[in-house]
Ligand binder design. Sequence first.
Ligand code: ADP
Ligand code: MG
Length: 238
Amino acid sequence: MATIELRDVTKDFGGVQVIHGANLSVQDNEFVVFVGPSGCGKSTLLRLLSGLEELSSGEIYIDGERIDHLPPARRGLAMVFQSYALYPHMNVFQNMSYALKVAKKSKQEIEEKVHAAAEILQLTELLDRKPKALSGGQRQRVAIGRAIVRDPSVFLFDEPLSNLDAKLRVQMRLELTNLHKQLQSTMIYVTHDQVEAMTMADKIVVMRAGNIEQVGPPLELFNKPANKFVAGFIGSPA
Ligand code: ADP
Ligand code: MG
């Protein structure tokens, strides 16, 4: 279970502000999609949440506890990158178990967690394979598996499907939606793809140039875009 609260979050890089005071509430078990053009600050917001970047000002809470001063490993979040971030010299089992090994989990716990995740992701037959012997979709499932084994309270996805072909993207969208139902965890998903946002989200966060323009369920944004930008980006003609 996890709720997330951003309060007046800003981020500067070298004196240039790229996030201008973001406020957002995410409910437990929500699938939230951040959408907006390239460079609007989607990845930066995710990196602030995960602790890969430090806030310039503002606060972040998970389940009411302030976490923006905690190191990444203590925030209970797991970030899923594009599939090419797999370790090429390790097989699927080793890729999925690596974080647990680093965390000094017992061999038995590692085995159980990896096999349970492999089952969910249909990777059980592929645990001995190296990434180069996998399809793009299988690699992406391994990248997700590495997050699942850590039992995070929140999953963060940064354009995880952007280097897959169109057909596979459609399939993976459905798989991720199913995964969300199965795991019952809060998911934050970043994309510049409006179709992904409209089809996957419980709630969409539309960003432009470091600002959150509108937050709401897909149909609400489509039917009642707050401004021309949102209308042009995902809404019906305003
Ligand atoms: P998006 O993910 O929406 O494409 P980003 O969050 O990557 O956008 O970037 C938002 C803005 O912040 C861009 O103008 C980008 O150039 C800038 N930016 C991102 N990371 C850095 C960094 N480490 N140093 C300086 N500028 C950065
Ligand atoms: Mg990005």
